[in-house]
Design a protein around this ligand. Structure first.
Ligand code: COA
Length: 191
């Protein structure tokens, strides 16, 4: 499932896509495009973890792996990634990828991923990682076509903490505290 892209435009690659490093003026636009793409109904996990600090944080720690696609003056897409060094292995990790619905199926993600992979190879990466929601067909197809494979399913569990015993005790404590304050400072009767 994904936001609908324009079927008439499918496969007509855009010639005028510029891939460049994200700069400070792009932060708000990238955040808002992510908000449009990573919605709670389509991809709840992506929705929960996407916020402005994600964009600001990655721009702060990994500016060379924060790339945007620009078409004329418009933001068409972005990719945010990082490098993980573990023992003698260096992994490139694509954390976020998004293309504006009006520019989807026109090769924008293709160009973004090609560029970030080149940068990561230059930096010593010999392995690429990416993850997404298993129901995210467009992303799974996209990455498979780019050569990613060996998919493993990852299970995300959640718990409603309002049902947790400690949460119940905290509510009781706060309620008792409010009662004690009320008893110490009773309201004056209305004249
Ligand atoms: C996944 C996504 C980034 C692809 O961007 P894109 O610019 O449309 O991708 P491209 O045009 O480069 O697509 C290349 C190939 O990917 C596959 N693909 C992309 N979108 C697809 C779709 N909606 N349905 C089926 N296959 C799709 C196709 O194989 C396509 O090749 P084709 O057009 O020749 O058939 C885009 O759909 C998107 O932003 N999705 C929402 C955000 C998201 O899920 N991000 C990934 C997880 S962080």
């Amino acid at each position: 499932m994904s936001l609908p892209s324009d079927p008439d435009k499918a496969n007509t690659h855009l010639p005028n896509v510029e891939i460049r490093e994200m700069d400070i003026d792009d932060l708000a636009a990238v955040f808002h495009l992510g908000e449009l793409l990573f919605t709670s109904d389509l991809y709840p996990y992506l929705y929960r973890t996407w916020d402005e600090w994600e964009v600001i944080g990655m721009y702060n720690t990994d500016p060379e792996y924060c790339l945007v696609a620009q078409i004329e003056e418009e933001l068409a897409g972005f990719v945010l990634g990082t490098i993980i060094s573990k023992a003698s292995w260096v992994y490139g990790y694509i954390i976020w990828l998004g293309v504006s619905p009006q520019f989807q199926r026109r090769g924008v993600a293709d160009k973004l991923v090609d560029k970030i992979v080149e940068r990561m190879i230059e930096e010593g990466a010999r392995f690429m990682l990416v993850d997404t929601d298993p129901t995210n067909e467009s992303a799974v197809k996209f990455f498979t076509r780019k050569g990613f494979g060996n998919a493993r399913r990852h299970v995300y569990l959640s718990m409603n903490l309002s049902k947790h015993e400690f949460y119940g005790r905290l509510i009781t404590y706060e309620r008792d505290k409010a009662d004690r304050v009320r008893q110490r400072h009773p309201k004056r009767p209305q004249q």
